[in-house]
Design a protein around this ligand. Structure first.
Ligand SMILES: O=C(O)CCC(=O)C(=O)O
Ligand SMILES: [Fe+2]
Length: 296
């Protein structure tokens, strides 16, 4: 059962060797991109040339695509900074305002940077931020009344990655930014809130690694290691698979670090580096609507 495997892999002593995990990944080609995208968007979004990307499909989970080497080092830094400094700002929602730890008009990052006392008490309490159509954690139903603008840069990133890795014309309309610390987990679940369940779900990992578990049937639950810069895509037969993260694993390298940040970095940069050196960030992006629809 998923729960049994989840409990097993929660124990860091049971993390499989990298070689064992990689054995199940089958190399795939990227889709044709020659005339789809401007070269400029690759540099603006800090992406490596697609010829440098490594695309895999999981041998036991058709439609679970893993893409590596998508981002430059600058790119990892850029997206981590967006998630730490910008995306927690209103009108995006977060887990701290509903429990009174932030005012609705406050950005978690500003409070952490400017009010050290309050900041230290909420630093590692930020667990999620939602963008676009806000995920409703109680009803799991999206609503037009709970929608704010979706960031252009993230939408563009998703359009390119989905097209090249799966061939889909993806429209990013909702995202959960998940923040994890050493003992954080996300238990097994299926993401089925989106009216359009044909579109893939895109998941970007930064910072510490995650042991990700996927699979519905007892003998078929597989562990996959998600490292900083990896993109996992749940598409086709894997779109509605049960999945979760039982274990955060300290990163064995820090591909987000730039030499510029090790020396005379700003207060803001220093905060971001200190945060991500002890955390994992996951940008979990969904298309909600069918192509051509503008509202629910
Ligand atoms: O953090 C991850 O890799 C998975 C997060 C997730 O499954 C979700 O936000 O629905
Ligand atoms: Fe999920």
């Amino acid at each position: 059962m998923f729960k049994t495997k989840f409990k097993f892999f929660k124990n860091i002593a049971n993390i499989p060797d990298p070689g064992v995990l990689e054995r199940d990944l089958i190399e795939r080609k990227i889709f044709d991109y020659s005339d789809n995208f401007e070269d400029d968007s690759f540099s603006e979004l800090h992406l490596n040339k697609p010829s440098l990307w490594n695309v895999y499909e999981h041998a036991n989970h058709q439609g679970l695509i893993l893409v590596k080497n998508v981002f430059t080092r600058q790119g990892q830094w850029y997206w981590i900074s967006r998630c730490v400094t910008d995306y927690p700002a209103p009108p995006n929602l977060n887990n701290l305002a509903p429990i009174g730890l932030l005012a609705p008009d406050e950005n978690w990052f500003d409070v952490c940077l400017e009010s050290p006392d309050r900041g230290s008490s909420i630093l590692k309490k930020l667990r999620w931020v939602t963008l676009g159509y806000h995920h409703n954690w109680d009803t799991k139903v999206y609503s037009e009344k709970m929608r704010s603008p979706f960031p252009d840069d993230l939408a563009q990133l998703c359009r390119i990655v989905a097209k090249l890795a799966t061939g889909w014309d993806f429209s990013a309309q909702a995202a959960i930014i998940n923040y994890y610390y050493h003992n954080s987990t996300i238990s097994g679940h299926v993401d089925h809130s989106e009216p359009n369940l044909d579109a893939p779900l895109l998941s970007f990992s930064f910072g510490d690694s995650a042991l990700f578990l996927i699979g519905n049937d007892s003998d078929d639950v597989s562990p996959v290691m998600l490292k900083s810069g990896d993109v996992a895509i749940m598409s086709g037969p894997s779109r509605l698979a049960m999945h979760g993260v039982p274990r955060i694993v300290p990163a064995d390298e820090r591909p987000w670090e730039l030499t510029k940040n090790s020396g005379n970095s700003t207060e803001k940069d220093k905060f971001v580096i200190d945060f991500i050196n002890e955390a994992r960030i996951n940008m979990n992006v969904r298309q909600v609507l069918y192509p051509g629809s503008k509202t629910l």
